[in-house]
Ligand binder design. Structure first.
Ligand SMILES: Nc1nc2c(ncn2[C@@H]2O[C@H](COP(=O)(O)OP(=O)(O)OP(=O)(O)O)[C@@H](O)[C@H]2O)c(=O)[nH]1
Length: 392
């Protein structure tokens, strides 16, 4: 697997992202498209089966064609049942897979019934089967491994039926086998290519999105992401579910002096080490670290009360103050940071705005600076009580 982040990490045989979480994210994003494709694929297959039903009547006459005809007619009903099962958007990702597998099994079963009733036309059935196997791979969205297992297994049964019913000569049996193998391999290859291209496109989008919303130096989110409604969204969610929300504004102390004394490269290393520390000490996929300014970071802590946010700020402050960054030229550097913490409870009726929360966190951080740096100031929004963190 390549280490280049722009190359999508896709397992070649499965045609899926090697990482389960990325695959789940991809499927979640594509759920509506997958359901739409399933709908179209099943509709098309159902139409074909209705037309095939007419060929049964032509070959056997209406009276003898009843059973194969019923097995063909069952397909549109199975398709409708599968779509009904997969219709709920919340369950659609897994449900569409189940529906696709169930439909593929019924498609094969229907063929077996027809073959038993029209064994003399086995070569025609084989050709139609080959076309349908490719259609199933290309038009019915399913996991490649599941689709491959079902169509390969069903093709083996098909060949077994042709063999045991002596429907074809041995010479023709080998051609029939090759036809089915070819249909499975070609269909699977096209489906695999499609699955890979789809995921590569998604990955490229993710990479571009990440580049546009992250700061390249520290890997934290940038102001653009914050301004795109990040905090508004968290406040709206907290208000709706009556949750707590806290913010921490942090700023590195004496940073200008470090730049002036040791150069921008040393300053960059310190910034990186601070951002990494904050990212490792906060919750993945829940908390958000934003590079708010040059050496200023904003941490958004959903479902966190003021006490918890104050505790986190204290821990970051203490660990960072004790930490040294080793530079390439053997120099060991360290500094401290000042913090402003704001907590808001959304059970009450007081108005909370993103600008208001950020302004208060900023103000508290500057109070910490003016009080001597390397300390934490905290305040509950809408309350007078002010908490002051320990001074190291
Ligand atoms: N190395 C580096 N420096 C940066 C970056 N962004 C901003 N700076 C510098 O950070 C410094 C911030 O200086 P000040 O705002 O005076 O802050 P300070 O020196 O930390 O002083 P206090 O905040 O009061 O402790 C400036 O010299 C900026 O040029 C960056 O990405 N890399």
């Amino acid at each position: 697997m390549s280490n280049d982040p722009s190359i999508a990490p896709i397992a070649p045989l499965r045609g899926e992202f090697s990482d389960a979480a990325t695959e789940a994210g991809f499927l979640h994003r594509q759920a509506a498209t997958i359901l739409r494709d399933l709908r179209r694929g099943l509709l098309l297959c159902s139409l074909f089966y209705l037309v095939f039903g007419a060929t049964d009547i032509a070959a056997l006459g209406l009276a003898k064609a009843i059973v194969p005809l019923l097995s063909r007619l069952a397909i549109p009903f199975v398709a409708a049942a599968c779509l009904f099962y997969a219709r709920r958007p919340a369950a659609s990702v897994r449900a569409t897979g189940h529906a696709a597998s169930a439909f593929t099994l019924c498609w094969a079963a229907s063929y077996f019934v027809v073959i038993c009733y029209r064994p003399a036309d086995i070569l025609l059935h084989a050709m139609a089967w080959a076309v349908m196997a490719m259609v199933i791979h290309v038009l019915i969205p399913n996991r490649l491994v599941h689709a491959a297992a079902i169509t390969a297994g069903a093709s083996l049964v098909f060949i077994g039926l042709a063999w045991t019913r002596h429907a074809v000569e041995t010479r023709a049996l080998s051609s029939l086998t090759m036809l089915l193998v070819g249909a499975n391999v070609f269909g699977l290859t096209v489906a695999q290519r499609h699955a890979r291209m789809w995921r590569e496109q998604y990955w490229a989008q993710q990479v571009l999105t990440n580049l546009s919303i992250r700061d390249p130096l520290t890997g934290s989110y940038n102001r653009r992401h914050l301004n795109a409604g990040l905090l508004d969204g968290e406040i709206a969610r907290a208000r709706r579910y009556r949750l707590s929300l806290s913010l921490i504004m942090c700023d590195l102390d004496g940073f200008k002096k470090i730049n002036d004394t040791h150069g921008h490269h040393a300053g960059d290393e310190l910034l990186r080490s601070f951002a990494t520390l904050v990212q490792t000490m906060t919750r993945d996929a829940i908390d958000t670290v934003v590079r708010y300014g040059g050496e200023e970071f904003l941490i958004i802590l959903p479902e966190t009360r003021l006490d918890g946010a104050l505790e986190l700020a204290e821990r970051v402050r203490a660990v960072f103050a004790a930490q040294r960054v080793e530079l390439e030229d053997g120099l060991s550097l360290g500094t401290t940071a000042s913090f402003g913490v704001v907590g808001a409870e959304f059970g009450g009726s007081h108005a909370v705005t993103p600008q208001g929360m950020i302004a208060l966190a900023d103000q508290l951080m500057y109070e910490a600076k003016h009080a001597g740096r390397n300390q934490v100031r905290a305040k509950q929004l809408g309350q007078r009580v002010e908490k002051v963190g320990r001074v190291a």
